[in-house]
Design a protein around this ligand. Sequence first.
Ligand SMILES: C[S@@+](CC[C@H](N)C(=O)[O-])C[C@H]1O[C@@H](n2cnc3c(N)ncnc32)[C@H](O)[C@@H]1O
Length: 258
Amino acid sequence: MENETIKKQVQERYAHIARQQLAGAPASCCTADVVNCCGTNVMIPADEITARGALPTEVVNTSLGCGTPLEIAQLQPGETVLDLGSGGGLDCLLAAKRVGAHGRVIGVDMTPEMIALARANAHKVGATNVEFRQGELEHLPLDDASVDVIISNCVVNLAPDKVRVFREAFRVLKPDGRIAVSDMVARAPLPDSLRTDMAVWAACIGGAITEHEYIEAMRAAGFVEVQKVSGGEDSAAMVYSAKFIARKPDPRAVSGMS
Ligand SMILES: C[S@@+](CC[C@H](N)C(=O)[O-])C[C@H]1O[C@@H](n2cnc3c(N)ncnc32)[C@H](O)[C@@H]1O
């Protein structure tokens, strides 16, 4: 299937979910036919449980993530953070608290209804250092070398061209910037019967690649120190949530200039 067709179908699926959430109804990226997708069985660390507890439950419940990228992002006050595929914006709102008034968080998502949901959530919590931009990860609406840290939660698996997404991430990251991602990965290459089923793809399963392929996609985009931090140890699931970190090299450090 053409990449653009896949993206359109993913967008339609997430527009539908966001419309339900905007109407106050519970929604998930799973469907009646596709269960155990996204955040099922994800462990949330204690400090994030506390941080989530400070936000309204209806905002927290709009999360469609499959992990906790903030756990490994090590955000510092004053940093500029980009969230790839920000959805309802929960990770952006949590990041906004960590970077504080002198920091800034930008969420990018291609689905207009998700942008509306995220803005409504930001308004509910009175966040002033967060903004949401509609755009595709393959063509990020950001300048070169403009962010300190990139996070992403359960999104890159949905993109048909993952190297392209990581190249764009690399472009907008400042030298020595870091990327911290939670995403669904596959234990082994998935059969075509799953990869071509758009309901399975949109549920964050069909587009999952192996850990090895994921790490290679990040390296192909230019990232260094690419590491899998955790994931897949405690189950035999075919597709599971994993966390990765990597860094954009700083050419000044390589040449010895400061
Ligand atoms: C599973 S949801 C995760 C949302 C959010 N990160 C969270 O944790 O709740 C995936 C999101 O990625 C967005 N998305 C998928 N592919 C995208 C792409 N190529 N460009 C921009 N956004 C994309 C969808 O619109 C959707 O909001």
